[in-house]
Design a protein. Sequence first.
Length: 448
Amino acid sequence: MREFPSKRAPIYKDIPDDQWNDWRWQLSHRLNSIEDFKGVINLTDSEKRALDKSGLFRVDITPYFASLIDPEDAHDPVRRQVLPTDQEVSTFTGMMEDSLAEDAHSPVPGLVHRYPDRALMLVTTQCASYCRYCTRGRIVGDPSATFSRDELDAQIDYLKRTPQIRDVLLSGGDPLVLAPKVLKDILTKLREIEHLEIVRIGSRVPVFMPMRVTEELCEMLREFHPLWINIHVNHPNEITKELEVACARLADAGIPLGNQSVLLAGINDCVHIQRKLVQDLIRIRVRPYYLYICDLVEGAGHFRTPVSKGVEIIEGLRGHTSGFAVPTFIVDAPGGGGKVPVMPNYQISSSDHKVVLRNYEGFITTYEEPQDYKAHDPNSCKFCLSKRVEQGQSGVFGLLDGESMNIKPEGFDKLHMREGEMHRLRSDENKWKALGIGDRESEEGSEK
């Protein structure tokens, strides 16, 4: 089997291995100025102009990650992810500072509670290197925007008093750049919360700086199972021998690994690149999890692709490679709507007893529906009777589950009253109560 490469830029050839493999050395020798890049990468005029601009989103590239860049190729896929160009100042329709409305959904600073049973903790604003398309460029990379001890305590306190949350994702910034003692303290406090079942970490440190994944770090993380980690690889050129070793250490410590990537124009917007990427990820024991469309954030306009490109890529993966190697293509809905999966349509038609389906080859078949299916009875199912309440967030599933008859836009009823009076034909609200759907008493209580 082909081995993954290990690269070191010529300028670093005399650096002793014990320094090169020290993550603290990597952090303290990051490249961030035109002068720093001399001898490592031949900068283009556009890159030089961008690096000279004031107010630019932070630039920091570890020597390890810089070594993966072809110094002569202005279109190198690794280079374009971390080196700025003057295209970053271009605006585009729909651009927002906080396109996912994370700050609007933060009951306390740095904690985002968007979904019913899980929350996102932003524990730092610092990263090992900085992606030019960063969703959180509004705060990431800015030391003055980092979260205080009091704010982290407020996040923990919110989790303690919100028992519906069973899953917490640590992100930022990157949690794995935190001092080991600080990270351990956060994990310890989370594990003291009885209703928290799962802790996840989102990190690009294994990709930017795999030498951070030491045996000591893995032994510490092992204490806090069940613990999951998602890394972030966008192109096969980022998968090296060093990343393979880092992922092996994490996997051997019992930590399931996933990958989240972003669809980026000119970098990975190709079915064949994506197929190579997911197959190489599987080789290093990382399961492809999400492929995101690029968010509508400042500075990222030149990275954006049409949504149809993502659908095309999934079409070229499903059936053409291992099923568990196919990520879910996601549009993170602008305005805070959350993750929306988008995929090719495999159902062609249906009747009351038959479904017509097609596969990746265009083979069309039918699936005969059962005519004697006995519907599941929620009134005798102990799981249905003790289901977790998702107040106001059950959405479309709530319609299927019989919680309500419809979902109305805000102000729908008032609009259709057309400013008319409450006459005798409107006075009885029970006219519009569907028999057997929803809990009338709880609905009436919630309206008061």
